[in-house]
Design a protein around this ligand. Structure first.
Ligand SMILES: [Zn+2]
Length: 374
């Protein structure tokens, strides 16, 4: 059996204020005809800022995203974009996943301009496909990561603070999950040509480490900047961490318990209003408890979470009543053989996860009392 290690990344990742204005400039290398898939809320801004750049030599057709990253929505854009030279996705995670999938099926380049920094969608070679009724369908592994990712700091400074914080939550988990996966030399999230996932590399792990260091240094300052829609150096650095390093670190470094527990938590009805990154950070604390991590390490993550305004306890995430059967089910789902729990460097059982969840929630309540957070 051959074991292949690997790293994957977008071709280019650019951090620029008003990148939207220069969209045609960034796309020029890929041909004359662009097909733009945009979220409804940003269509007016795209018309105003980006379209003037598409003059006689360059053309752009603008399509509005239908709201769901489903097979039918992707097919619609594949048909409409046949004559284009490249595809552009502008919007939230589902819009970007649709643009990436359409470009993948067409074999065309794709440019991505995220309007939120809350998920890893902009930089990865994975699209999450949903059914039309919003239930999860499958992960679609794409032939490559996006050709260009444009982080427009003007747009990202204006995202709601809660989405910014959720991106920090998702980014916080990257290092700890990669650390577990690297220690065990288990699978990362890059699909090899032989149909097997690759193993983590040193550089993938190094990016995950830098992701954590960057968030630790700059995310508090950046959270205040986002409250005021201000572009600062700390915001730029945090965006680099939450959009690029978080995605490449997770994809190349691998996920472990935090995301597996998050996936189990998606079945808890009370938590449906919680963001991906908000649940991931609870999954992260649970992973740290499973590992018996040093208190200083846990407290450092708690302090960052509080500083950026992330919810901590299950109650903060929206849970009204703790039902043992419901959380036993979460623990069981987190240990699903197809999920990333098996990337932990020790044997994990549903009982162990359940006990860790209960102990973590108590620990987080304790931190809140100690730090007088309400
Ligand atoms: Zn995530």
């Amino acid at each position: 059996m051959t074991i292949t290690k690997g790293i994957a990344s977008p071709g280019k990742f650019l951090v620029q204020a008003d990148a939207l204005v220069d969209l045609a400039v960034h796309g020029k290398a890929f041909g004359a005809n662009a097909y733009l898939i945009c979220d409804q809320f940003i269509v007016g801004r795209v018309h105003e800022k980006a379209m003037p750049g598409f003059n006689n030599e360059q053309r752009a057709e603008l399509a509005v995203f239908g709201g769901q990253c489903s097979d039918s929505e992707i097919s619609r854009h594949v048909e409409a974009a046949r004559g284009a030279d490249y595809v552009v996705g502008i919007g939230g995670g589902k819009t970007l996943d649709t643009a990436k999938a359409a470009a993948h099926f067409l074999g065309k380049p794709v440019l991505i301009l995220p309007t939120l920094a809350s998920t890893d969608a902009p930089c990865t070679a994975i699209s999450v496909i949903y059914n039309d009724d919003d239930t999860f369908n499958r992960y679609l592994f794409l032939s490559k990561n996006p050709d260009v990712v444009l982080a427009d700091t003007r747009i990202l400074a204006e995202q709601p603070p809660r989405f910014f914080a959720a991106g920090v939550g998702d980014g916080l988990a990257t290092y700890f999950e990669a650390r577990a996966c690297f220690a065990a030399q288990r699978d990362n999230l890059i699909l090899g040509n032989d149909g097997k996932m690759l193993k983590p590399t040193l550089v993938g792990f190094a990016i995950a480490q830098t992701c954590y260091e960057t968030i630790k240094k700059y995310s508090t300052q950046a959270a205040f900047a986002v409250q005021k829609k201000a572009i600062t150096a700390a915001l730029e650095n945090t965006i680099e961490a939450t959009i690029y390093m978080s995605a490449v670190g997770a994809e190349s470094g691998g996920c472990a318990a935090a995301h597996a527990i998050h996936n189990g938590m998606t079945n808890v009805h009370d938590l449906h209003g919680a963001q991906h990154g908000e649940k991931v950070v609870f999954g992260l604390f649970t992973q740290l408890v499973m590992e018996a991590a040093p208190m200083a390490e846990i407290e450092e993550v708690v302090d960052i979470a509080i500083a950026v305004g992330l919810p901590l306890t299950l109650e903060d995430l929206g849970l009204k009543h703790f039902k043992e059967t419901e959380w036993r089910k979460v623990a069981e789902l987190a240990c699903d053989k197809n999920d990333t729990m098996h990337n932990m460097p020790f044997t994990v059982t549903p009982d162990l996860v359940y006990d860790a969840i209960v102990a973590t929630d108590a620990l987080l309540h304790g931190f809140k009392r100690q730090k007088a957070v309400h």
